[in-house]
Design a protein. Structure first.
Length: 135
């Protein structure tokens, strides 16, 4: 489970059509400021914080059964910038309800995004322990 023993978020979710039961979609955008600090986040059900150089934690506010998908992209602060960044999501911390995003320069080095960059992310979560369709 992602957080705690009782695994189910208690919110008024809207219906999603899926073969999987209790699919929850969360999306957000965080703006990065000087020194890589998160200055603002749009979205609800989670918080985003800088953990270390080039590392950001997306922590869920509710309990979910598991991550089905997590995607992340970094929008450059300046249009036409030639900097190359890759946002890599590590969901190995999923048992704590946290997705770890690592900003990589493409050569394996963790780096701070430029001030004003935006971190976009999208998560598909399972809110039930009911088994996968067809399994």
């Amino acid at each position: 489970s992602l957080k705690g023993d009782w695994v189910m978020a208690n919110r008024d979710f809207k219906e999603v059509k899926a073969l999987e039961r209790e699919v929850i979609l969360l999306a957000g955008v965080s703006t990065i400021g000087g020194s890589g600090a998160v200055t603002s986040t749009n979205g609800s059900g989670f918080s985003v914080a800088k953990a270390n150089t080039g590392i950001y934690n997306i922590t869920l506010e509710d309990n979910y059964q598991k991550f089905l998908y997590i995607g992340c992209q970094l929008e450059e602060a300046t249009e036409g910038s030639t900097d190359q960044y890759f946002a890599v999501v590590d969901s190995s911390a999923a048992s704590s309800g946290t997705a770890v995003v690592k900003i990589d320069n493409g050569a394996g080095t963790l780096v701070e995004p430029d001030s004003g960059a935006k971190l976009h992310f999208f998560m598909v979560l399972k809110n039930s322990s009911v088994t996968w369709y067809g399994s």
